[in-house]
Design a protein around this ligand. Sequence first.
Ligand code: ZN
Length: 263
Amino acid sequence: MTTVNLICEFMEKFAPTSVAEDWDNVGLLIGDRQQTVQGVMTCLTITPESVEEAIKNSASVIVSHHPMPFQAIRQITSDTTVGKMILDLAKNSIAVYSPHTAFDSASRGINQQIAQNLDLQQPRPINLVLETDDTIGSGRIGQLKSALPLAELVEQVKKLFGLQGMHFVGQPNMSCNTVAVACGSGGSFLNSAIAAGADTLITGETNFHTCLEAKARGVALILVGHFPSERFAVENLAEVLAAEFPDCRVWASTAESDPVNWL
Ligand SMILES: [Zn+2]
């Protein structure tokens, strides 16, 4: 019989919480470890839509990439969106587990998956977490199979993430060879990526000043969007959990979507 605790134990092996960043809030955030589990829903973020979906489909656990709650809160009331979602989840005995930056950095984590999908050669973490394990760490960096003009790489990345368009910084004809990846909001990796030898950084989103800095340093920056850069990985995680817990119904949320639209 699967319990919340067994899901936690598996996630701890898959994406050890010791690997998460210090500022993060990871692990079991809401719930009772002894509760039995029938349904598991993965999602990128807990939203009113994904809470409704979890309740409707009798989920016992939500494995949400992004933590909720993320920051310390002093009231849990229906006056705030987060408070209301926590109350709704608690009323329906739905636990929340969040791996967040542990999943970004794990050996089978999001950045490793992006590096593999880009076919980067010998991808390695930009920053190691443990001196003893070079498969775990934040971001990834590796060589493209052959150097590409930025415009061509952008087209490839668009196809890979199924996008109609995206922002990029750099001259379309500049040569991209050593590529760093950082899922989500990864602009803070620009300096360490450059120090590691990257001429290109692919991330979800960043701010205007990081775009200016990349331009000034002659480094290409490709912004695929926060949601597209991570959502695919919670779909893969649903498959991993389904194989590990065959007695549970496991699915990736279909109610959540990218809040940022293109026209
Ligand atoms: Zn994210």
